[in-house]
Design a protein around this ligand. Structure first.
Ligand SMILES: Cc1ncc(COP(=O)(O)O)c(C=O)c1O
Length: 493
């Protein structure tokens, strides 16, 4: 009965718990003969069980585990024996974690976002983390600095006269200005600009908007609507589509083998493609498809700008344009007002808009980029797309030379095209290398690079492709890339 003294109460609870687990404690406490011998019996049984588990684990499970990670006689100079492997490296070995196919885009590990510090460090090129651009923005110094007073950006609202009421007007103006300058997308006043927390949020918003279109039902569509992309496709699409097990849409795999084009479906076209860098168009030739164009890499540092893209829904992201992934800002250019309205509704319900601080910062960043192109005397190294293109070209040349000298790997072969922005013919320099292990002895290229050489990449299975391929980020810092080339060049079979 209340009030129970706290100490009594907790003793009582502890006693009950102990009793439930081990039973009959009161007999021991009472010092009864029966109780004591019963308890001794329990202790003996537990000791025997614990010893058996220990012997089984050390003699059977541990050797099996070592075999599975290629231990024993198969050690490489980059992979120390298990006993000397500490925290970070141990995480590398967990096969379930590394092989969780298509389950997640960002697999955060202790090496994510950091520089390899020694010759045998883990080189993490799994993510497309665009730290390559830090050098450019460090040199830009004060030109891209922004101070936001404590009293600013406090309201939820940015411009209530705009359909996208959480979009900062200056940011929208800089987006349109940049697309006009580069000529990579039609972003005139007739189109709607929608800001998102990364283009990842806009992808979800677009799926929602398209799958709730009144026309879907009119055209005989059945929910959940299939979502497809031609393989190899960006590894986040399946995970992002199926995360909430929506009743509106579901991931249906490779667009090339998709057979149900007679009913409404959604196709995602990523061009240039993550992971392989090729330009892409729709794969399913059917009037029932609604298309989302993910143009994250349609910028002059990665590919020739041949014409301004002009599609119903186009997604862009600061992450890959200027390298500001941490700002978490993307934008969509949308033709149809109703589709735009439903995308805005999605963002309204999920996050009540998008960070104003980020939008102000992005405004400053985009303005710095465009301003520098409008001043004729600006040096090339201070122009973002020139800096990006030069860095990517140098990296691709070095990677191609290393691959050509090896008997293990191959890379895709690209064709040159005329770039209207750079005013010259150029090869593509994709943000990722779609590397193939050609050697007959290697079936799983991701494991081969990870286990023997401590190079983290993303295996082809995550992209709807085979395990002979891996995706390697080309956007990391100089030091990481240098070490990658050096280590790759040392691989011989
Ligand atoms: C093709 C593609 N789309 C979208 C994204 C996500 O961009 P964000 O950082 O804006 O969410 C990425 C990021 O790697 C990407 O590669």
């Amino acid at each position: 009965m209340f009030p129970l003294k706290r100490s009594n109460n907790s003793q009582f609870l502890r006693g009950r718990l102990w009793e439930q687990v081990f039973g009959r404690t009161e007999m021991v406490a009472a010092g009864g003969k029966n109780g004591r011998s019963w308890n001794l019996g329990v202790v003996c049984i537990l000791t025997v069980v614990a010893l058996s588990v220990h012997i089984f684990a050390s003699s059977v499970v541990l050797p099996l585990f070592k075999d599975a990670r290629g231990g024993g006689g198969n050690q490489s100079r980059f992979f120390p024996p298990a006993s000397s492997v500490s925290g970070n490296e141990q995480r590398l070995e967990t096969p379930a974690r590394a092989m969780a196919v298509g389950s997640e885009e960002i697999r955060v590990s202790e090496t994510s976002g950091s520089l390899p510090t020694s010759i045998d460090s883990v080189i993490n090129l799994d993510h497309g983390d665009p730290t390559m651009y830090e050098k450019f923005w460090r040199e830009a110094g004060d030109a891209a600095r922004l101070i936001i007073p404590g009293s600013q950006t406090m309201s939820y609202f940015s411009d209530v006269t705009n359909l996208c009421w959480f979009l900062e007007p200056e940011f929208a103006a800089e987006i349109r200005r940049l697309h006009r300058l580069v000529g990579n997308a039609v972003a005139d006043k007739d189109s709607y600009i929608i800001v998102g927390t990364g283009s990842s949020q806009l992808f979800q918003a677009a799926l929602y908007a398209l799958s709730t279109s009144p026309e879907v039902a009119g055209r005989g569509g059945a929910w959940p609507l299939p979502v497809v992309a031609s393989a190899p496709y960006y590894s986040s699409y399946p995970a992002a589509t199926d995360l909430l097990q929506s009743g509106l849409f579901r991931w249906a795999g490779d667009a090339v083998t998709f057979k149900d084009g007679r009913e409404p479906y959604i196709e995602v076209v990523c061009s240039p493609s993550n992971p392989d860098g090729f330009l892409k168009t729709e794969s399913v030739a059917s009037g029932n498809g609604m298309v989302i164009h993910d143009l994250a890499y349609y910028w002059p540092q990665y590919t020739a700008i041949t014409n301004p893209a002009d599609h119903d829904i186009m997604l862009f992201t600061a992450s890959k344009c200027t390298g500001h992934a941490g700002m978490r800002l993307g934008w969509a250019i949308v033709r149809d007002r109703d589709v735009a309205r439903r995308m805005i509704k999605f963002i309204e319900i999920s996050t009540i808009g998008v960070s104003k601080d980020s939008q102000l910062r992005a405004t400053k960043i985009l303005k710095t980029v465009s301003d520098r192109y409008e001043v004729e005397t600006t040096e090339e190294s201070a122009k973002l797309f020139h800096f990006g293109r030069k860095t990517m070209r140098d990296r691709w040349r070095r990677l191609q030379a290393a691959v050509a000298a090896s008997n293990v790997f191959s890379l895709p072969i690209f064709q040159p095209d005329y770039c209207n922005f750079m005013k010259e013919t150029t090869l593509p320099f994709p943000a990722f290398a779609w590397l193939k292990c050609e050697h007959a002895d290697i079936e799983d290229c991701e494991s081969f690079l990870r286990q023997k050489y401590k190079i983290l990449t993303r295996g082809g299975m995550h992209f709807g492709a085979d395990a002979k391929h891996v995706r390697v980020s080309m956007l990391d810092r100089d030091g990481t890339f240098d070490m990658f080339i050096e280590r790759l060049s040392s691989i011989e079979l």
